[in-house]
Write a protein that binds this ligand. Sequence first.
Ligand SMILES: Nc1ncnc2c1ncn2[C@@H]1O[C@H](COP(=O)(O)OP(=O)(O)OP(=O)(O)O)[C@@H](O)[C@H]1O
Ligand SMILES: [Mg+2]
Length: 269
Amino acid sequence: MSAPLATPTNAEMRARIPLVTVRDLRVRYASDAPFVLDGVDLDLHPGEMVALLGASGSGKSTLMRALTGFAPVSAGTARVGGFDLTNLRRGQLRELRSNVGQVFQQFNLIGRLSVLTNVLTGSLYSAGPVNMLGTFRRADRTRALDLLDRVGIGHKANEEARSLSGGQQQRVAIARALMQNPKLILADEPVASLDPKMSRTVLELLRSIAHEEGIPVLVSLHVLPLALAHSDRIVGLRHGEMVVQGATSQLDAHKLAAVYDIDDEEDED
Ligand SMILES: Nc1ncnc2c1ncn2[C@@H]1O[C@H](COP(=O)(O)OP(=O)(O)OP(=O)(O)O)[C@@H](O)[C@H]1O
Ligand SMILES: [Mg+2]
């Protein structure tokens, strides 16, 4: 008897449907300004860690901002989950943002508050302003502590956030993002302030979140070897255009050179 054709599992089916779909996206910050993003196509699938490369000013942060409605979609289309960035209904912007966990270079923690409270603020996004006045629910505290364990710093829960090292603070920020139950994680240069070892730890943490929780993670990076070592796919922006896109296993530093302006080679003999 021949083996039956493999039927995809639910997880596999989900992984094939992109959570983010961007087509011919153009962004400019003013109607008389040049396009900062100029025809970007991008799909992000559940479970993948995608590195976003590009020189300074190429539009990496702008792309992330466009996905959360902080930068205008001047032309083209951008969808995140069920949200159409070109046609958000009243109240949808807040809802969209509550679905997107964001991680930044400078961590953006509230330094004088405890690590646990910082993580709990992630739940405020979904709870709405009413809960900001009250105390956090016991279930949220339990979950926040679990998430701190998940990122490896459960023992720091009661310390002031500002007393932690950069790598530890970034892990708190990741736990805070997870507290939102995000459908997507956008990490804008999350390791730019960290040493090489901690950079690897944080990137592998983000990657394990992508793989284990099925959350697409888009992470902008400046260090090419880190992108090659810690992502499933790489997209490269140059002057607002996507010039490279492919599985990380199929790319190398030579193929990624197109991302950077390496045409001023006057030093060559
Ligand atoms: N709020 C804004 N208003 C006007 N122009 C902006 C704004 N934000 C960014 N820009 C411009 O858009 C371009 C792309 O900037 P962006 O911050 O997206 O680049 P980036 O790739 O994230 O750079 P970096 O690696 O330095 O963070 C730059 O020319 C920048 O000056
Ligand atoms: Mg940037």
